[in-house]
Design a protein around this ligand. Structure first.
Ligand SMILES: Nc1ncnc2c1ncn2[C@@H]1O[C@H](COP(=O)(O)OP(=O)(O)OP(=O)(O)O)[C@@H](O)[C@H]1O
Ligand SMILES: [Mg+2]
Length: 251
């Protein structure tokens, strides 16, 4: 179980200090899927980085299975079993897909790296020996990053917008992969996402807005609320709905 207790984060921005997270308290249990969603810039990735130890909280505590890990850095938290798949993963010139996955798997002989690639919709024949350089597409890079997190036996796995840049076919495979991870392991899964299909996987939906948790709810309730929102015009002009709820034409 991972707990955030009254976590706040202030960072130095271009225009001075900015409070990014305000008094966040969360309890994330084993064997559950939490989907974190909310407006752009609300603070979702910052919460992920606080969990991973990339940012240290300005105040508040982070506990893993009751132990205070607030002062630990990224590698110590990784060793304790916390993993984070970045929203924008880095490219590693000179390093092959095989190297990244073998490093992630470590001495866990039960994990087959070809199966991992299959789980994220990549063909191992085509990708194992490819270098993760500038020639890698955004979606390919994202999937290798996700596979490297799946490779590890984690207590807490955080996936930041895993759907970004991923085609429909691979997306389908990915949702099944998250379900399997939840069925086969005790890992606490946190997925940051804006996708309905992913939201539907959640045991709890955590809505983050303006640096705070504005709501913790169920997928049905959350999606019902969105449905209502979509029927109102956001731009306050005279709008005509011309089909699906996203096809709104403004004068
Ligand atoms: N290192 C930083 N320095 C200054 N401001 C930052 C820093 N990191 C994040 N922010 C700001 O904190 C706010 C929250 O950012 P964050 O990336 O957590 O949002 P998000 O909810 O993940 O958004 P998105 O849906 O666009 O990915 C934003 O206003 C962002 O500009
Ligand atoms: Mg983000």
């Amino acid at each position: 179980m991972l707990q955030l207790k009254n976590v706040s984060l202030t960072l130095e921005g271009e225009h001075g200090k900015k409070q990014i997270l305000k008094d966040i308290s969360l309890t994330l249990k084993k064997n559950k899927i939490y989907v974190m969603t909310g407006p752009n810039g609300g603070g979702k990735s910052s919460i992920a980085k606080i969990i991973m130890g990339i940012y240290q909280p300005t105040s508040g505590k982070i506990l893993l299975e009751g132990e205070d890990i607030s002062a630990l850095g990224v590698s110590e938290r990784a060793r304790l079993g916390i993993g984070y798949a970045f929203q924008q993963p880095p490219r590693f010139k000179g390093i092959k897909v095989k190297d990244v996955l073998e490093l992630a798997v470590g001495d866990n002989t039960k994990v087959n790296i070809c199966d991992l690639l299959y789980d994220v919709g990549l063909c191992s024949q085509d990708y194992l020996n490819r270098e993760i350089d500038a020639s890698f597409s955004g979606g390919e890079l994202k999937r290798v990053e996700i596979a490297s997190i799946l490779a590890r036996k984690l207590k807490v796995a955080v996936f930041d917008e895993p759907e970004a840049g991923i085609d429909l076919w691979s997306f389908q495979k990915l949702t099944e992969t998250f379900e399997n991870l939840n069925n086969m392991t005790d890992t606490t899964i946190v997925i940051i996402s804006h996708q309905e299909r992913i939201l539907r996987l959640a045991h709890q939906v955590i809505v983050v807005s303006e640096g705070k948790i504005s709501e913790i709810t169920t997928p049905d309730k959350f999606l019902g609320e969105i449905e209502k929102l979509e029927t109102d015009c956001r731009c306050k002009n005279n709008c005509t709905f011309i089909g699906g709820r996203t096809d709104v034409q403004c004068d």
